[in-house]
Design a protein around this ligand. Structure first.
Ligand code: PEP
Length: 246
C-alpha cells in the first residue's frame, strides 16, 4: 500500500498565508512520480479556498477536527457533513493539542470517530500518544493501549478498514525531539498487534512528532510505519515535498 503523508497546518497560518502555501505546493511539486498519497489539513477558515486551489491536483485535503454533533444548534461547531460538502478526504481526530488545550477525552474522540464512520465516507486520522513522564516511567505502551481500547473497542470498523491511526508521542510534537525510528517502529508494531486482536488489519498507522526532511526517510523505511503526520515541517512547500520524496 502507498505511504500516506499528511501535513497538519494547525493554526499557524492566516487565511492568505494558507492560500499562498497551497499555491506553492502545487507550483513546486517535483516532476517525479508520486509514490505516496499526500494531503494537507488547513484551518477551517482556509479550507474551502485551499480546496479550490488543490482541486484537480495530486494533493488531497482534510480538516483538523470536527464535532460529533449533527448539523443544528451547535454554536462554533463544524459538522462532519460540511467537511463532506468541501470534498475533504481526511479528518484528524483527537490530536494531542485538542486533548491538552480543549480537554478532549478518549470518550469524546470515540464519539467523533463513530459519527465519522456512521455518517460520512471521510477517512478519520485518530491520534494517540504518551507524554514524556509516561515514557520515562516505562508506561508508554500502557498509555497508548489504554487510549486505543477506549477509542476503538466499541467501534464497528467499515469493510474498507479506512481508519488511520497516528502515533504521536506528545514529547516529540513541535519540540524538535523525534522518536528514533526504532522507538517508533516498536510502538507501531505494538499498535498493529493490538489492532489485529480486534480484527482491524487494514488500518494504516502514521508516525508524527518533529518529522523533518532529515529523518523522514529512515522513519518511512520501517515496515510498520505507513506514513507521517507532519506539523511544523509542512508549513514550507519545499520541506514538505522533501519529506514526501524522502
Ligand atoms: C503534529 O502536530 O501532528 C505534529 C506532528 O507536529 P510537529 O511535526 O511540528 O511535531
Amino acid at each position: 500500500m502507498k505511504k500516506l503523508i499528511i501535513g497538519n497546518w494547525k493554526m499557524a497560518l492566516g487565511y492568505e498565508e494558507s492560500l499562498r502555501l497551497a499555491e506553492n505546493l502545487v507550483l513546486s511539486q517535483p516532476y517525479k512520480p508520486l509514490s505516496a498519497e499526500v494531503a494537507v489539513c488547513p484551518s477551517f477558515v482556509a479550507l474551502p479556498s485551499v480546496a479550490n486551489i488543490l482541486e484537480g491536483t495530486a494533493i488531497f485535503w482534510g480538516a483538523q477536527d470536527a464535532t460529533q454533533f449533527e448539523p443544528g444548534p451547535v454554536t462554533g461547531g463544524t459538522s462532519l457533513e460540511s467537511l463532506v460538502e468541501l470534498d475533504c478526504r481526511y479528518v484528524i481526530l483527537g490530536h494531542s493539542e485538542r486533548r491538552q488545550l480543549f480537554g478532549e477525552t478518549d470518550e469524546l474522540v470515540r464519539d467523533k470517530l463513530r459519527a465519522t464512520l456512521e455518517r460520512t465516507n471521510l477517512i478519520p486520522v485518530v491520534c494517540v500518544g504518551e507524554t514524556l513522564a509516561e515514557r520515562e516511567a516505562g508506561r508508554a505502551e500502557e498509555t497508548v493501549l489504554g487510549q486505543l481500547k477506549a477509542i476503538l473497542t466499541s467501534i464497528v470498523m467499515p469493510a474498507d478498514h479506512r481508519v488511520v491511526l497516528a502515533y504521536e508521542p506528545i514529547w516529540a510534537i513541535g519540540t524538535g525531539k523525534t522518536s528514533t525510528p526504532e522507538q517508533a517502529e516498536a510502538m507501531h508494531s505494538f499498535i498493529r498487534q493490538f489492532l489485529g486482536t480486534l480484527g482491524f488489519n487494514g488500518v494504516r498507522i502514521l508516525y508524527g512528532g518533529s518529522v523533518k526532511p532529515e529523518n523522514a526517510g529512515k522513519l518511512l523505511s520501517r515496515p510498520n510505519i505507513d506514513g507521517l503526520l507532519v506539523g511544523g515541517a509542512s508549513l514550507s512547500a519545499s520541506s514538505f515535498w522533501s519529506i514526501v520524496f524522502a
